[in-house]
Design a protein. Structure first.
Length: 175
C-alpha cells in the first residue's frame, strides 16, 4: 500500500504543475501511474477490510464496503467541485484587484489591442483570461490539497496491522 500511496503522491504533485497546455502523452502517463497507484492501494485495503469478517457475512460486507466507497467518492467529488468553484471565485477576485487602467502593463505595445478594459470586447476578453488563470490556480490548489491528504494517508499507514487469527470463527446463524 505504501508503494501505491507514494505513486499517488507523485502523480498528484505532478498535477499541481499542470496548465491547459499539458501534453497529451504526459497526461496519459500520469493517469496510468495514478491507476496503478490506486490498484496498489485499494486491493490491499479490500483484503484488510475482509480479513476478520466471517465467511457467512462476506456478501453483506461487500455490499457495505461498496456503499461506503460510493458514498465517500460522491462526497469527495462534490467537495472537490465545490472547492474548485469557490477557489476560482476567490482567486479571480484577487487577480482582478490588479487589473486597473492605471496598471502600467496596459501601456505595453499590443496589450490594449486584446485586453482594453475601456471597451466591452476588451473587458470581456480580459475577464475571460483572468477567469482562465484563476481556474488554473484553483485546480493546482485542489491537487495540492489532495496530495497533502495522500501524505497524511502515508503517515497513518503504519497504524494498520495484520489481524490476529484467534482460531476458527464461530458460524453465524442464518436468519
Amino acid at each position: 500500500m505504501g508503494f501505491g500511496v507514494i505513486l499517488l503522491i507523485w502523480s498528484l504533485y505532478d498535477m499541481t504543475l499542470w496548465t491547459p497546455d499539458v501534453d497529451a502523452r504526459w497526461l496519459l502517463i500520469n493517469t496510468t501511474v495514478q491507476g496503478f497507484a490506486l490498484g496498489f492501494v485499494f486491493i490491499p485495503l479490500t483484503l484488510i477490510s475482509f480479513a476478520t469478517l466471517p465467511p457467512a457475512l462476506r456478501t453483506d460486507g461487500t455490499a457495505m464496503l461498496s456503499l461506503v466507497r460510493n458514498l465517500g467518492s460522491a462526497a469527495c467529488i462534490a467537495a472537490t467541485a465545490s472547492m474548485q468553484v469557490h477557489g476560482t471565485q476567490k482567486v479571480h477576485a484577487g487577480l482582478v484587484e490588479h487589473v486597473t487602467p492605471l496598471n502600467r502593463l496596459f501601456a505595453l505595445p499590443g496589450v490594449r489591442d486584446f485586453w482594453d478594459p475601456a471597451t466591452p470586447h476588451g473587458a470581456a476578453a480580459l475577464n475571460a483570461e483572468v477567469t482562465r488563470q484563476a481556474s488554473i490556480i484553483a485546480y493546482s490548489n485542489n491537487f495540492h490539497l489532495l496530495m497533502l491528504l495522500a501524505i497524511v494517508m502515508l503517515v497513518l499507514l503504519p497504524l494498520m496491522r495484520r489481524p490476529r487469527v484467534a482460531g476458527a470463527a464461530a458460524p453465524v446463524p442464518a436468519d
